[in-house]
Write a protein that binds this ligand. Structure first.
Ligand code: AMP
Ligand code: MG
Length: 350
């Protein structure tokens, strides 16, 4: 299959292309599309065959459910059993936006879309062209991130093309996304809402609306006895090809330890990459050095992280060292993704 790569003009809605994309979805085909978080790999959420195609295109295990994307609040009731008052409050505060909520599903949603679960994850994205596309497609788009399973989520159209060319009918490309990490997932089927995946909508922001909210303990730690409740969180996601270790401690000690390790590896002919910040990057010695941005600018770090991991892949970096970041606010999401990319390999220096 040939993939049509349509370059949308940033901010402008190319209605002709988007209508065609909607037609493809209605016929049971797949289209990758931009959202404010990362690119999505979309199919008709109410068509079991489409969901199966999504799993196949991504190489994703079929017990890992997809998120259903809607473009209007009114489209929520038909696909869920009930809407808890907390969901209404969260929607008022954060929809459209980078927040996914888990509900008990109605019979309209096939089990293929929910990975066999009786619950459904729903998101209402804050992205003009995504909303037009969802509308053109009939209102319900099932979409995981538009990457091959196990690779970093795509923050630019070119990365989607790299992973999915030949496997989808169309790619709607809107350039670099604005957030760069996947949506926050909150489970509302429990008495106290649980954050299953941290994101741009932080724990503090949710707390302000809900009063009480708890975070799945596996977000920042490997728990031997606890399985994450979002099935997708158990897989080693977001993995770069190079072997990544996070180095944490006092910054000067981190820099000298990383330089020592990097020097040894380079002597043996290993290609080394370093993820630093604007404040530190010039102090490192390695084959490839990349800054994620200013340490104080969490939004910029979130937007740049996956891009850097992809760039290291392109440059065939074999060994990667990264600084650690604060794990509060958006930092919780940044560290969650970085830890997963590193397979939880952390070196603490004193
Ligand atoms: P992705 O679209 O690649 O960001 O993946 C979707 C994420 O949402 C995965 O981590 C899924 O496990 C999670 N998810 C989707 N539906 C549910 C659900 N019904 N219950 C819990 N987690 C879900
Ligand atoms: Mg994903």
């Amino acid at each position: 299959m040939e993939t049509r790569w349509i370059r949308l003009q940033k901010g402008n809605t190319d209605l002709k292309a988007i209508r065609e994309a909607g037609e493809i979805i209605r016929r049971g085909g797949l289209v990758a599309f931009p959202t404010e978080t990362v690119y999505g790999l979309g199919g008709d959420a109410l068509n079991p065959a489409s969901s199966n195609k999504i799993y196949a295109a991504k190489g994703r295990p079929s017990d890992n459910p997809l998120i259903v994307h809607i473009c209007r609040w009114e489209d929520l009731p038909p696909i869920v059993k009930e809407i808890p008052p907390q969901a209404k409050a969260l929607a008022d505060a954060f929809w459209p936006g980078p927040l996914t909520m888990i509900f008990q599903k109605s019979d309209l949603v096939p089990k293929e879309t929910t990975g066999g679960l009786s619950t459904v994850a729903v998101r209402y994205p804050d992205h003009k062209q995504a909303l037009e596309f969802i509308k053109a497609a009939g209102g319900y788009i099932a979409a995981p991130s538009a990457n091959t399973s196990g690779r970093p989520s795509p923050t630019e159209g070119k990365y989607v093309y790299e992973d999915l060319s030949g496997k989808i009918e169309m790619l709607l490309d809107d350039g670099l996304v604005s957030i760069g990490l996947e949506s926050t997932i909150v489970d509302l089927t429990e008495e106290i809402p649980v954050i299953l995946r941290p994101g741009y909508i932080t724990e503090e922001m949710l707390q302000r609306v809900l009063g009480e909210v708890c975070a799945d303990p596996t977000i920042l730690h490997v728990a031997a006895d606890a399985a994450p409740k979002a099935p997708g969180m158990k897989y080693r996601h977001y993995a770069p090809k190079g072997d990544l270790t996070i180095v944490t401690g006092q910054m000067e000690t981190v820099v000298s330890k990383v330089n020592a390790l990097s020097g040894q590896a380079m002597e043996q002919g290993v290609k080394v990459g370093i993820i630093g910040t604007d404040e530190t990057i010039s102090s490192y010695q390695a084959d490839v050095k990349k800054s994620v941005g200013k340490r104080t600018d969490e939004a910029a770090i979130a937007r740049r992280l996956y891009q850097i991991l992809r760039e290291f892949d392109d440059e065939n970096v074999q060994l990667i060292y990264s600084e650690a970041f604060d794990d509060t606010g958006i930092g919780q999401a940044i560290m969650n993704r970085l830890l997963k990319a590193a397979g939880h390999k952390v070196l603490t220096v004193t």
